[in-house]
Write a protein that binds this ligand. Structure first.
Ligand SMILES: [Fe+2]
Length: 295
């Protein structure tokens, strides 16, 4: 290289640009600066659950790309995503598309799945024979991959949400859409009556952000203990739970709707705080029974 003649030990192996792993998942490329997890292991539950979905046929739609920033800790945003209890209270539009009574959760080693049936007249998946959901009209498959990636599959395609911490009190969420079937974008925009759970994503995002910002306000704009942070999220959910049950429920979790959140918290927080897990790694039923004084 001109000008470097005679430079001591140049070039050496450490002067090369670093190589990053590149993983091709049905034509979608993943990389990581510090890959602590196997991307194959993270994505495996999606392949196992949706082998009938043409993921390779999904095409990026720049017109649907979004980037949101708001004043809250990133983990609060993830925590909110990981429970569906708030849907009837925060998302009237989404709630109108879902049969919220059928909302359910499944846990994986490195993530989870949330799904619900669609209401009559709303756009839905109709999974083929062999699928666990065959015969059901599924509104959406919401996959969360540890720790900050969400892959939301709708009948029209895929909405990817990447949650980026900017500071302890500020977060950016990047939305990228990949369309597989434009005919399922109701009205050409994907919004309006019958558009299903994947319609009008922007209003739902605003409603979620308002919720996590409200939780964040209870904490100083400085690094806070994980335990305190999640205690705040639990307290918020408890207030919703209490409202849902006419104030008669004292448990921090609604057993019918929030079981997976509880179990997931025990799992999730193994990455955050061993102390927290030591205290909360009990089963949901045990904790709820203790909280309500029923054991
Ligand atoms: Fe939400």
């Amino acid at each position: 290289m001109p000008g470097f003649e005679g430079a001591c030990e140049f070039p050496s192996a450490r002067d090369h640009l670093p190589e990053l792993p590149l993983h091709d998942w049905h034509g979608h490329l993943f990389t990581a600066i510090h890959a602590h997890e196997s991307i194959d292991a993270l994505l495996a539950p999606i392949d196992e659950r949706l082998p009938w979905l043409d993921i390779a046929g999904l095409r990026p739609d720049p017109a649907r790309a979004r980037s949101f920033e708001f004043d809250a800790h990133w983990a609060l945003y993830v925590e909110n995503y990981l429970e569906g209890l708030h849907i009837p209270f925060l998302h009237p539009g989404l709630n109108a598309a879902l049969d919220i009574g059928s909302y359910r959760y499944e846990l994986f080693e490195r993530g989870n799945l949330q799904l619900a049936l669609a209401r009559d007249g709303e756009l839905a998946f109709e999974p083929p024979v062999g699928s666990p959901e065959h015969g059901q009209r599924i509104a959406a498959y919401y996959f969360w991959l540890w720790p900050n990636l969400m892959l939301n599959f709708y009948p029209w395609g895929l909405s990817v949400n990447l949650v980026l911490p900017l500071s302890p009190a500020r977060t950016r969420v990047i939305f990228r859409s990949f369309v597989g079937d434009e005919s399922r974008l109701v009205g050409g925009t994907g919004t309006g009556p019958g558009a299903g759970a994947g319609g009008a994503l922007d209003p739902v995002e605003m409603e979620d952000e308002a919720a996590v910002i409200a939780v964040q306000r209870g904490y100083p704009f400085a690094p806070v203990p994980w335990r305190a942070l999640f205690a705040g999220a639990r307290a918020w959910r408890a207030s919703v739970s209490s409202a849902a049950r006419g104030g008669g429920l004292t448990c921090r979790y609604l057993p019918a709707y929030d079981v997976a959140t509880h179990e997931r918290n025990g799992w999730t927080l193994t990455r955050f705080s061993r102390h927290w897990v030591t205290r909360h790694a009990e089963s949901c039923s045990t904790c709820c029974a203790r909280a309500t004084g029923k054991r």
